[in-house]
Design a protein around this ligand. Structure first.
Ligand code: KG4
Ligand code: ZN
Length: 336
């Protein structure tokens, strides 16, 4: 019988400190500590993120190991998010992973955060078959990826300015909602009319996205509304949230549909923090029915930043012999 592969994974690229344990491709624990400290600043403050990671990393790793039911001696490899992200935040996870790999004498696996978001779709029992398409939508990225195997990914479309998560968060800010506003727009949108207000639809050729025009259109619309009635936003919050969400989702779905038609791929996934959005989840399912797709949507805890997705990616990399030297640097940039 072959020896099981047990991997501890660490994610620290932005404002979530997370650790997970996976054995032979199955997740046994996924502990996530979200950093509340940024809320009062209206965005992630890099220096504060690094400090919070420093405070969280030992208890989070400890909890992930305990919850998995395994011990340090069971670990065969340590995976960590190597890129992209906030450099000071990445360094905390990278140094911790390297130290543990060195102390335990087990291999180190460097994981790309965006690849991991895509491969979160390989965590559940019901998995897409290859090749599949993935719309990856997070606070920093918006991409359409063709995934031909766990380690063969190609970005075929991406944003030329803001990411979808930024579009949600910046619109929320204009509506007076606290950071991160994406989940709040989702919440208020549930009681609103998505057709009440129309915002500009960008005309970007091909499979690329643009969201900066939408944000400007919302800004001007709100300025005009509040000039006439100072209570305009408060009185129309649900309809405004529903209409903003409708526009962002329709842009995402339009490009995803185009990508599926152009590539002929019918296995369609979503990933990243914005894939937690209920409007997007519903729209992907509805479009999938019309277009004949088989749709895959990760559970909420695997949509936003988490170490389980780093662990599953680490598992496929280890199987392919893709381990890293201890000297590998963390990188803020997103080279694929
Ligand atoms: O993937 P993620 O957790 O972190 C990055 O790698 O960026 O994504 C965070 C983004 C934020 O912009 C947040 O507002 C957005 O995901 N988000 C949502 C929802 N939940 C998280 N946006 C809209 N609706 C949601 N339910
Ligand atoms: Zn992310």
């Amino acid at each position: 019988m072959s020896v099981p592969t047990t991997i501890l994974a660490i994610e620290s690229s932005c404002d979530e400190t997370s650790a997970a344990v996976c054995r032979d491709g199955r997740i046994y624990s996924n502990v996530i500590a979200s950093q509340k400290v940024h809320e009062q600043y209206g965005g992630v403050v890099p220096e504060l993120a690094s400090r919070a990671h420093m405070q969280n990393i030992v208890p989070v790793v400890d909890a992930a190991i305990k919850q998995s039911g395994f011990g340090l001696k069971d670990l065969n490899a340590i995976a960590f998010t190597q890129a992209p992200g906030l450099i000071g935040a990445l360094l905390v996870g990278a140094q911790f992973a390297k130290s543990l790999s060195m102390a335990l004498g087990v291999p180190l696996i460097a994981v790309h955060h965006m690849q991991a978001h895509v491969l979160a779709n390989l965590i559940p029992e019901r998995k897409p078959s290859f090749p599949f398409l993935c719309l990856t939508v997070s606070g920093g990225h918006t991409q359409i990826v063709v995934c031909r195997s766990p380690l063969e990914l190609e970005v075929i479309g991406q944003t030329i300015d803001d990411a979808a998560g930024e579009a949600f968060d910046k619109s929320a800010k204009l509506l007076g909602l606290p950071y991160p506003g994406g989940p709040l727009i989702d919440k208020y949108a549930k009681a609103g009319n998505p057709q009440k207000f129309q915002f500009a639809e960008p005309q970007i050729p091909g499979l690329n996205f643009s969201f900066s025009g939408v944000k400007t259109s919302i800004l001007y619309f709100l300025q005009a509304g509040t000039a006439k009635d100072p209570q305009f936003i408060q009185d129309n919050l649900a309809d405004l949230c529903a209409s903003v969400q409708e526009r962002i989702v329709s842009i995402l779905i339009g490009k995803l549909r185009r990508a599926a038609r152009e590539t002929g791929i019918r296995q369609v996934c979503i990933a990243g923090g914005v894939s937690a959005n209920s409007g997007l989840r519903n729209a992907v399912q509805a479009t999938g029915k019309k277009e004949g797709w088989e749709v895959f949507i990760p559970a909420f805890e695997y949509c936003t930043d988490n170490a389980a997705m780093i662990a599953i990616t680490g598992y496929y990399k280890l199987r392919a012999g893709e381990t890293a030297e201890l000297s590998i640097p963390a990188s803020a940039r997103s080279e694929w």
